[in-house]
Design a protein around this ligand. Sequence first.
Ligand SMILES: Cc1cc2nc3c(=O)[nH]c(=O)nc-3n(C[C@H](O)[C@H](O)[C@H](O)COP(=O)(O)OP(=O)(O)OC[C@H]3O[C@@H](n4cnc5c(N)ncnc54)[C@H](O)[C@@H]3O)c2cc1C
Length: 381
Amino acid sequence: MNFELTEEQKMARDMARDFAEKEIKPVARELDREAKFPAEIVKKMAELGMFGVYVPTEYGGAGMDVVSYALMVEEISRACAGTGVIMSAHTSLVVDPILKYGTEEQKKKYLPLLASGKALGAHGMTEPEAGTDIAGIKTKAVKDGNEWVINGRKIFITNGREAGIYLIFAKTDEELGHKGLSAFIVERDTPGFSIGKIEHKLGIRASSTSELIFEDMRVPDENMLGERGKGFYIALDAYDGGRIGIAAQAVGIAQAAFEESIAYAKERKQFGRPIAEFQAIQWKIADMAMLIEAARLLYLKAAFLKDRGENYVVASAYAKLFASDVAMRVTREAIQVHGGYGYTEDFDAERHYRDAKITEIYEGTSEAHRLTIARAFLRGK
Ligand SMILES: Cc1cc2nc3c(=O)[nH]c(=O)nc-3n(C[C@H](O)[C@H](O)[C@H](O)COP(=O)(O)OP(=O)(O)OC[C@H]3O[C@@H](n4cnc5c(N)ncnc54)[C@H](O)[C@@H]3O)c2cc1C
């Protein structure tokens, strides 16, 4: 048992922290207020290798590990959770499945573009009538010669507006239920593909969330990812890894709220002394510290197992479920520590609270994670 990060992992974390402090934190409030996609920041993150952290160097990545990736997502999210999910959705939901299920040609063609950040990735599964129940998607792909003709639409797609490469899920064999789903790599300029409604959101406002529309969109057969009918499993696999990124995002949000609570508690005076001297505030600080540490250990364990090629399905469900709950609890208490000021835009506490909520919803809701965990135990892990 060894709780020490490697030198490389520490370097990755410190580099991301330094970058986030200098480049993201000063503008995070503005990005949130204006719902502005951080194009310049994303470009710089790409130059630092943050869009291909654990992609092997032969495909243009940084060749690091999943632990380093998760630590970096935490640090970026500590400054701006919207920027954190831009990186996380790109990596866990697009890069990872191509790395795992892509043919050599697909990997050579798409991974260098994604890992260098020349193209951002977006993952299109959710539809108006299919969220948790992904087998219920209606988007259809019909074979025509050596092409697939895709019709349908997706909603709530992170990076949808800015991406260059999309992983799109469609029904290729409707009668087969979840075994009738297939995954396709779609390039942005494909005729018949367009971007629809852009959502106005409660939090993570620096990231875009949009509708994708497919009207007789033709995708070559060679762009199917994995085998026909394996889309459901490819997606579930991607979400297992995605939970690590979202758990790290949640920890980053909580960590920021925690640090700001300490600073405020030491500075704010009531009854002639800093509120940090009141036991009620000290207990909040203690609980925050403990919860964040536990959540961080859970995501690191899941990332460690993924790096070792071991089963991490339950570990990543624990990590995401617990970390999202911690993010909600810590950010709520952070507002309480800040009192009335915490409820205003003058402090970041309210932004963290709004940002935290999404971590209980996307890449599987908290309810869905409880199902995953319970099923694993009821079936015997
Ligand atoms: C900001 C944002 C970004 C997103 N990014 C992406 C993206 O990049 N790509 C993508 O494909 N999707 C994305 N999503 C979609 C997201 O993954 C879904 O919103 C999520 O999976 C929940 O689906 P739903 O919204 O349809 O809720 P529903 O599935 O309708 O769930 C509603 C409620 O019912 C509960 N529920 C549903 N089924 C069960 C059950 N069997 N047992 C118990 N409770 C249940 C849920 O837990 C929830 O509380 C994003 C969503 C948002 C808001």
